[in-house]
Design a protein around this ligand. Structure first.
Ligand code: NAP
Length: 290
């Protein structure tokens, strides 16, 4: 293995917990902090050190990894980690944020002397658990080398988008990827609703696509969650997808684009969130049809 690193993981939700586990499996020392400490328990049982505060988690860390809900949470948590931060520590920021958040996170990093690598990930619960995420990363050469053991532990591959995390190049690629992911998940829900309303067996619909260019494993996965009561536990929760959908809508609007589909899937996710389905998989947007 590469040199053993001390890695502080801030945020052990669906993705952060899986990433922390794989960093541990790769032989690094992992400290974990989560707002709800109960979510750190399984990691602690496997040898991670539980920190009571973000500041305690990052003390002595070589690398800090943030995997939180959004940019506001990242900013809040890193500010509260500040008393424990050693200047020169690398910060891998994997939370999905907007491109417009990149300059302020870079400024926050530089104010604390942290060497920031913007590193959102593509892939959901299962690839995260398998250490097979695709990491979309931006950061300068010398830091890339220092964080490589962590990126290699969580991902199958890293795609470097640039040297300067302040430009948001990785965040922009991530939003483009997610616009496709959320559109496909939403389409799966709509196609099931339409088929059911028209008295068409969804399996017959899949039979038409079978093996052809319109067939998509992701469509089958999401349809299966809807049809077979698989919406919980979520791989990618409504609340999270909704946050990303609005980042996409805002990014498009900022460029003067009219992305009617994105506006519609954001509205559908808002609607099912209002039905109390925030923790269900985003395929629950199906229920926005009713
Ligand atoms: P999640 O399970 O909901 O985890 C969110 C994490 O953020 C939890 O640790 C939560 O703490 C924490 N958090 C939220 N607000 C906070 C605040 N104000 N202060 C401190 N902590 C806060 O979501 P996830 O699926 O792991 O997603 C995490 C990030 O990865 C998101 O940015 C998401 O867009 C991105 N992502 C997700 C997927 C996916 O398929 N799930 C894939 C790629 C990227 P509590 O546990 O205390 O609530």
């Amino acid at each position: 293995m590469d040199a053993k690193l001390k890695v502080a993981v801030l945020g052990t939700g669906i993705m952060g917990a899986a990433m922390a586990r794989n960093i541990q499996r790769a032989g690094h020392d992992v400290s974990v902090w989560n707002r709800d400490p109960a979510k750190t328990k399984p990691l602690v049982a496997q040898g991670a050190r539980r920190a009571a505060t973000p500041a305690e988690a990052v003390e002595a860390a070589d690398v800090i990894l943030t995997m939180l809900h959004d940019a506001a949470a990242v900013e809040e948590v890193i500010r509260s980690a500040a008393p424990g931060v050693r200047p020169g520590t690398a910060w891998v920021q994997s939370t999905t944020v907007g491109a417009q958040d990149a300059p302020s996170l870079a400024a926050l990093a530089s104010g604390l002397g942290l060497d920031l690598v913007e590193a959102p990930v593509s892939g959901t619960r299962a690839p995260a658990e398998a250490g097979q995420l695709l990491v979309l990363a931006a950061g300068p050469e010398p830091v890339r080398h220092r964080v490589a053991p962590v990126l290699d532990a969580v991902g199958a591959r890293t795609i470097w988008t640039g040297d300067d995390p302040a430009t948001g190049s990785a965040a922009r690629l991530k939003l483009v990827v997610n616009s496709w992911v959320i559109a496909a998940s939403n389409a799966a829900g709509e196609v099931v609703a339409l088929a059911q309303a028209l008295g068409v067996d969804p399996q017959q619909f899949l039979g038409v696509l079978d093996g052809g260019p319109l067939d998509l494993p992701y469509l089958r996965t999401k349809m299966d969650l809807i049809l077979n009561d698989g919406l919980e536990p979520a791989s990618f929760a409504v609340d999270t997808a909704r946050k990303d959908a609005h980042l996409i809508v805002d990014a498009a609007a900022g460029q003067g684009l009219k992305l009617d589909g994105a506006v519609a899937y954001a509205a559908r996710l808002d609607r099912v969130a209002g039905q109390g389905r925030t923790k269900q998989d985003m395929a629950a947007a199906y229920f926005a049809s009713y």
